[in-house]
Design a protein around this ligand. Structure first.
Ligand SMILES: *Cc1c(COP(=O)(O)O)cnc(C)c1O
Length: 381
């Protein structure tokens, strides 16, 4: 089955008892056992038919052994790190999601896990960071908000040469654009609150494991820790995922048009977009991604106020988050990355002038016109 067909017919996509074209929302917490132990389900934290439907769908889409659904992307990441023990060491990408940093800094370090932060595009830095205690490499590609691209296959090769797990947060791409398990990655995680849900109306996390053993361990932890996705949200997420292909094609087309517009806009100083042929990561992006995503970051010319620019927009909405049908814009320094100390943020290349745009699926002429009127407003000052 091709990917776009899997989105509709993959996993469990219908109600087997009635033929209904939508999986029912099974709210039951417990299930009758005809005889002790004789039932497919026993308790909904351990397994729930609606959650199972979306879990089987993401496993099909990423090409793994098993999928697991969590109450948020953050709950999913926490459960993954619960595979490990105090004293274990990890190599982590240097611009992973802010909430992941918070989880590492505020929770996991306190529990005895240790971390070395590296730019995972630098393969020798990755190798050098490996210690006898290292258990896994954890990264995002493209990263947030500078959209840097790591060579997934190369890093995974290094990880496997040293018997480490490789774990990738695939939120920014969705499996439509990038399927890390095909490059040998062991665990893929998604904040499904973004492209997979797609409509800014469900917080969810999804995980897919390549191998049975890892899948079984994660299943054990999902049940033991209990950060599961509710039946209603599981249904909502699956409903959203059916149109992922349609949405991503529109996102990609619009993003390319917006990028082309921004390249010609004199008030823009610098653009970060993996599809920019001048971008140092362009060739790697081309090789491992099916399209370049719909996230674009850019810096205004020095002296221009990014706050004034984003507040002037009428259609493109000033908000955190990304990956929705609506175009969303934000200033990382003041919003998503505001909790990172300024010096650390600047040394990671995230300037005060940086703007991050999640290009939605509106008519692109309206998006470009909106950007244009906001640039004109700055010029008129
Ligand atoms: C949003 C996000 C998360 C966290 O997911 P939640 O569903 O908000 O908990 C993790 N990683 C990335 C890349 C994200 O964008």
């Amino acid at each position: 089955m091709e990917f776009n067909t899997k989105l509709i017919h993959g996993g469990i996509s219908t109600d087997e008892t009635t033929g209904g074209m939508s999986v029912p929302i099974h709210m039951a917490t417990t299930f009758q056992q005809k005889k002790i132990g004789q039932s497919k389900y026993d308790y909904s934290r351990s397994a729930n038919p609606t959650r199972e439907a979306v879990e089987s769908l993401i496993a099909d889409l990423e090409g793994g052994q098993a999928g697991l659904a969590f109450a948020s992307g953050s709950a999913a990441i926490h459960t993954i790190f619960s595979l490990f023990s105090a004293g274990d060491h990890f190599i982590v990408g240097n611009d992973v999601y802010g909430g992941t940093f918070r989880l590492i800094d505020g929770v996991l370090k306190r529990l005895g896990l240790t971390f070395t932060v590296v730019d995972t595009r630098d393969l020798s830095a990755v190798k050098q960071a490996i210690t006898p205690q290292t258990k896994a490499v954890y990264l995002e590609t493209p990263t947030n908000p500078l959209l840097r691209v790591t060579d997934i296959q190369a890093v995974t090769q290094i990880a496997h040469d040293h018997e480490l797990l490789s774990i990738i947060d695939n939120t920014f791409s969705s499996p439509y654009i990038q399927r890390p398990l095909e490059f040998g990655v062991d665990i893929v995680i998604h904040s499904a609150s973004k492209y997979l849900g797609g409509h800014s109306d469900v917080i969810a996390g999804l995980v897919v494991a390549k191998d049975q053993k890892v899948a079984e361990n994660l299943r054990y932890l999902q049940n033991a820790i209990g950060g599961i996705l509710s039946p209603h949200d599981s249904w909502l997420l699956q409903r959203g995922m059916k149109t992922l292909g349609l949405r991503m094609r529109a996102h990609l087309q619009n993003a390319e048009a917006v990028f082309n517009y921004l390249t010609k806009q004199p008030l823009v100083d610098k653009i970060y977009y993996p599809g920019d042929p001048k971008n140092v990561d362009f060739e790697i992006a081309k090789n491992q991604m099916n399209g370049f995503g719909a996230m674009i970051s850019f810096e205004l010319q020095e002296g221009l106020d990014p706050k004034e620019f984003v507040e002037q927009l009428q259609i493109i909405t000033l908000a955190e988050s990304l990956g929705a049908v609506e175009s969303l814009i934000e200033i990382p320094a003041l919003m998503t990355h505001g909790s990172i100390p300024r010096q650390t943020r600047l040394s990671n290349g995230i300037k005060d002038e940086l703007i991050r745009l999640s290009v939605g699926v509106e008519d692109v002429n309206d998006l470009v016109a909106d950007l244009e009127q906001s640039f004109n407003h700055l010029k008129g000052k």
